[in-house]
Design a binder for this molecule. Sequence first.
Ligand code: 1CP
Length: 372
Amino acid sequence: MPDSGILTAKETTMTVPSTFLDACRGKPVDHIPVWYMRQAGRYQPEYRKIRERYSLVEICQHPDLCAEVTMLPVQQLGVDAAILFSDIMIPLGAMGVDFEIREHVGPVLDAPITRAADIDHLRPFTSDALPHVFETVRILRRELTVPLIGFAGAPFTLASYLIEGKPSRSYIRTKQMMWGEPEMWRALMDKLADMVVTYAEAQVEAGAAAIQLFDSWVGSLSVRDFRTYVLPTVQSIFRRLQTTGVPLIYFGVNTGELLSAFAETGATVIGVDWRVPLAAARERVGSGIALQGNLDPVLLFAPWPVLQRETAAVLDAGMTHPGFIFNLGHGVAHHQPPVEVGTLRRLTEFVHEYTRRAGNPRARIEEAYPHG
Ligand code: 1CP
């Protein structure tokens, strides 16, 4: 430890005990850790109140406010990790991309990328960009009692917004560039990969204890295309991020058929959506990599006994191997009326209680919660 008594990011993550970090590493845990994608957001009355006065981008520009929004779900739900409140588009702003996050739509660009010159014009991302983001991370490192997950969008998913100019269902323009202009595609992937590495390293330097790479839309690719056009870039990102020493999580939606290729990315943890049974995911990924998931997010709108039964099934499947983190298969869904904060709090308590290990864990679990 340095004489000043101030811990560096690496020392913090290595010395503070954390169920979440242990589970990422496949170490024994006394309960299964929980966090939720989109755990900060519209379902929270407090968040809606803040959003009446500030846009999402403005929240990210105010470190105290952004830290408050990040901490809210930790205080309200009792989750085992926080995720930095931000958006995958934020670092693209620092590369000169003009975007807007439109209400009920998502990221929208006036001038999507169509030609090589547009890619040349993307500024390289440097770690002195976005000082407010890293200041938020430093505040959170001081304030939080659980690890902070930093994150970045993965190159394919970011490219889909840059090329389509808005959320897409078919990714036609994106795939047209990928297949038809392989040199442009490579240049774009490389530029985005450099951003991801620099941005993630700076988040760890400031205090993030894990990094999640969101490749939300990569499941739109065939396994062949994933291996040809995306896997080498993701491998290069994780290879370069190994030196940070923090767990690296790779997540996408609709990725059942890609999971065996995901196992070759170098990720410490693989996120699984709800369409794939965890036993099948485990078979495809093999052992030695932790899994995270995979409750259908819409179950949050189901009657409690159904939610409880399906959660128990996910936990039973997840606990068969070391290295499991409970999460939803995608983010908390937006709907009217919204998911109740109380439902997520009760779910978190249930996961902790159901999986708390003492003595003969499975026997105790079966005894306390007989089912099926
Ligand atoms: O203004 C708002 O409040 C709108 C909703 C919203 C929120 C709460 C958006 C717009 N972004 C965010 C925050 C956000 N985005 C977080 C932090 C919150 C947390 O997890 O607690 C994170 C991790 C993201 C990452 C993100 N943004 C992803 C990857 C995760 C995923 O959900 O797959 C993606 C694809 C985006 C793009 C985006 N931003 C916002 C929306 C509605 C979308 C998706 C649009 C689409 O369907 O393509």
